[in-house]
Design a protein around this ligand. Sequence first.
Ligand code: ACM
Ligand code: ZN
Length: 749
Amino acid sequence: MRPSFLLVLTIVLASSCQLPNVELTGSADGLIPLPAFLEVDSTAAGLQVPSATWNWQVETTWNDQSAFWKTWLPGQPDDHGAHLVVEKIEGVPAEGYQLRIAATDGVWIGASDEIGVFRALTTLRQLLPVEMELSSEGQRFILPALEIQDAPRFEHRGLLLDCCRHFMEPAFVMHMIDQLALHKMNVLHWHVTEDQGWRVPIEAYPNLEKVGAWREEKTGEQHGGVYTKDEIRAIVSYASDRCVTVIPEIELPGHSRAAIAAYPWLSCTGDTLPVPNDWGVFKDIYCAGQDTTFRFLETVLDEVMELFPSEYIHIGGDEAPKVRWDACPKCQRRMEEEGLHDSHELQSWFISKVGSYLEAHSRKLIGWDEILEGGLPDGATVQSWRGMEGGLAAVAAGRNAIMSPTSHCYFDYPLSATDLEEVYAFEPVPENLEGSGRILGGECNMWTEHAPQDIVESKIFPRMLAMAEVLWSPKVLRDFEGFQSRKLLHDQRLIAWGVDSGLESDPLNATWDKGSDVFGVEVQVEAALDRIEGDVIFTPLSSHLTPSHHELGSRIFVKGEGMLEAVLTRDGRPLRDAVLLPVAGHIGVHSDASIGHSLSPYYPGGGEGGLADGRLGSIDFRDGCWQATQSENMSITLALPQKIQLDSLSMQCYRYQDAWIFLPQTLVFGWSVDGVKWEESRIDLHTYSGSHVLSPTDAQDIVRIACAVDASARFIRMEAVNPGACPDWHDAASSPSWMFLDELVVHGQ
Ligand code: ACM
Ligand code: ZN
């Protein structure tokens, strides 16, 4: 990234004529990521620094201007003080450094490249008293005597920031770059083109910013924005000064609706379409049959390459439905001409063509793991997101990979799906993998469908701290407890840096028991994190019953349905959102349950008994309550604790067709006294109360399917018939749909 240098640089820490009495203490106890080797000599005297005012006295032949890292430490110049010597030495790995602090010698840094110096100063910055981040007014401080030898485990340590679903101000992007640098991350994967917004101005195609950068929200408001070329250059240069490379992602052939809105001739149909204001995967993508598509893309890439000097350009490649290509005469002709057997091979041909263009301009291509389908283009690096398999297939094919599986790296997911500990447990390299050196590193992905700028940072932090350590520090040093105690100190630094950090995991633990009355459920809601306080309010569904207030930790018996709402503070500060737990106390809770479908590893929803545990799935379909299948029927049988007179049976079904989640085709409720002879009620959801299972709707909602029953029963069963493939009108037409259920509610007396 930077030319190497030859220098001995002296930086002088200043003294002050009038020292205040307070002495601040620097410490190595809060370092994140943990250095590869750290030895604190607690028997030796630390380095006394007479004042916290920094002075830089460069004694070097090195060109002053190239010492870009000089301003990275807090403070102002002064004339006197302790020494910081920065020396070029051989044999230190790329980005690595050595750092020594001793009472007599001051601070010494050795590195073989300037990035190593920058990383060392980043460590030194974390060793300084946190007060120095807030003020450089002279206060004496002491640094511990220590030795550090450090180098990154992986060369690619990234954060994907999706500035398309929600636009982010340049100042915010720069703030995130600061945070990457402060945690030794080195890649900003900047997602700047998407269905819902195009963010890079392209002079040859002005409609991209005039039309493609804006969408009309469902509220009627306009959302959007585009970065000017000057802003982009400033961001790239700001990042470069902080040893962060900005890799732009220009999505193709899918996720291209904003470009198609700007220039309808880019698609197979040529239809005029708006920039969409909903989320999902859209079937209108760049037409692969037209040469004009490639002229467009090459011109776009020309201007992009001019703005972004990165070695890599990310071209997306994910989630590109092939229905349009399959029906397009131009795409079909292209397949014939090129001898391609199917539309997956056409996608591979498309990506290869773009890859060759990048290669001819001395750039390399990264694509999401779908680029493996139909044949991996030469020289491509695969970013694995649908699990690790794509990355492993790339390695097996002798290619490089970047790991960012949804299981650990998706920071748009709620903490209930991916908490700090899970991120910390991420391992980018499976054991005994041949060719493990081809795994360049990993990324955390911050998609922003549901995260406007003002909540983005609270989703990235603190999880990015765990990712920084996973990608930088040696695997053998991984220790979550140690990390947590360092994090506690580091949190003070995040506050000083103005980081809006979220929680490390769900703040509450709720246990759901049968309780003493079989017709209800007993819930205990406790703080799962330190320093959490608050109240729990239960609001019954029926409006004639009054809400009740409970202390955190108390047991709450619920008969019937309603909402538990916990209003919480941490360290006296209110948490952003109340925690909502929909609850149903019913006779089916914790009865003997057996299911007849396989549990999805992604949506196991509480396992075998999860469909009858009293805890209802919420509007967040990743809340851990929902059980889901793809192309498979679901069924559950309950043996109730006693025979009852049934009033009703019902099932909650999730619907979010943009995310391929459909209502079941049919629901069959059954009841029986002896488990042998059954009665049944079959509900065809095509006709159920206007909830048309396969018709277009952009609703994201929970649909309760109920049937009144007047019979006694001891056994209950429910079968949900899967809705089949996404229908023709859907953007993912012919792909297998999902079905999400929770819970089977049994009311009776
Ligand atoms: C992705 O999350 N669609 C790469
Ligand atoms: Zn076409």
